[in-house]
Design a protein around this ligand. Sequence first.
Ligand code: ZN
Length: 254
Amino acid sequence: MMPAIFVGHGSPMNIIEENEYTSGWKQVAQSLERPSAILSVSAHWFSRRTCVYSGFSPRTIHDFFGFPKILYGITYPAPGAPWTAREVLRLLKPAATPDNSWGLDHGTWSVLHAMYPSADIPVFQVSIDAFAPPERHFALGRTLRPLRKENVLIMGSGNIVHNLALLDVEKSGGFGWAYDFDDYIDRAVRKKSPEDVIHYERAGRAANYAFNVPDHFYPLLYALGAAFEHEPVTDFNHSCMAGSLSMTSYVFGT
Ligand code: ZN
């Protein structure tokens, strides 16, 4: 059965850089069987309801600003997965609606560009309903779980700690509270205690700083929801950077 993964995507610069994070992504891709399709829940499709892209060719969205020009010329021309998307719409009924106005935003393609550079595996995104509470996102992940048996790679792409207002690009590691929150979530993930991830405010003071908007945090709940209790959890890219960003990522299953 295909594992479910959560990936900390960080800066769009990872698209053109070769660094510890991109090599972590490549290693994970090499450790997996080839997926039949990739279902990505990216922080950057944060919408008014749960939407599913069900078209044949998702466009590459360059949803970042002020980065080197070269990034805007790179595309990720993977095909869509309309059949799997239709199955998702059925599974998530009545919560989800088809919406082909989106495509692949950088939360998805910056990571897949390193993981699967030939862009030949069908990919589609499911959006995050900005108005739904954390437990709902976890439940939606749980509903998607059967797809793993069909070799679909369920990928959440965000960052456990993501506070751009407090970003310090000169800093190599994280602030104390960033490690505190990252560690709290790590313990909850390893203990197989999704309740403590859903109720992340239990982390205390660190939770107040971890993010202002939960868009980058919620993708973790989809991967966690898609995981089975007995499965092994493996972390990778376990680190904080630029003060207020965590790159910590997980593979659920083998
Ligand atoms: Zn992002």
